[in-house]
Design a protein around this ligand. Structure first.
Ligand SMILES: [Zn+2]
Length: 169
């Protein structure tokens, strides 16, 4: 769906600056299979932490979640995404999921689930992926059915509303 939208296509070349302008390290693939840049819904994406660390990215169908952001034993920040779960969402929301996980690293001391939701949609907005209120309907459709959680995910309808509010402020 992204590729059929001319305005959005124009934004794609900018997209790899998502998450605070990390120059993409070469080679794109780290020795352990992690990557510095991935394509999600056709958009090249990379991530840097609040502290300026490049974030290594893994795509695996073994993850029991759409995505996680964590640090590995040596302290390096990583993002893990499940492409099968991602595929259940609309393209804009797929990119937002990555931005959400990146937000967990990019927010540093301000990290929380709701802040990561908010940060993610603002990055998408600022990079031209959200052009009008109709684009926001993707979040209302795709997030409303999600459950909340004890670790701070808002219940779906409130989560969608928070994301939409963030994009407008
Ligand atoms: Zn999260």
């Amino acid at each position: 769906m992204f590729r059929s939208r001319p305005v959005l296509t124009g934004a794609l070349s900018l997209a790899f600056s998502l998450a605070v302008m990390t120059p993409v390290a070469a080679p794109a693939r780290a020795q352990d299979g992690g990557m510095w840049q991935v394509y999600i819904a056709g958009v090249p994406l990379s991530c840097a932490s609040y502290y300026g660390e490049p974030v290594r990215i893994y795509m695996t169908r073994d993850l029991n979640n759409v995505g996680i952001a964590t640090r590995v034993q040596n302290g390096q920040p990583i993002i893990v995404m499940n492409p099968d779960v991602l595929a259940r969402f609309q393209p804009l929301v797929q990119v937002w999921w990555f931005a959400h996980e990146c937000g967990h690293h990019a927010l540093g001391p301000y990290n929380s689930e709701t802040n990561a939701d908010c940060w993610g949609v603002r990055v998408l907005r600022d990079q031209g992926f959200i052009r009008n209120v109709y684009d926001l309907q993707a979040f209302a459709y795709d997030l409303s059915s999600l459950p909340g959680s004890a670790v701070g995910h808002l219940p779906g309808p409130q989560r969608a509303q928070n994301v939409i509010n963030c994009s407008l402020t």
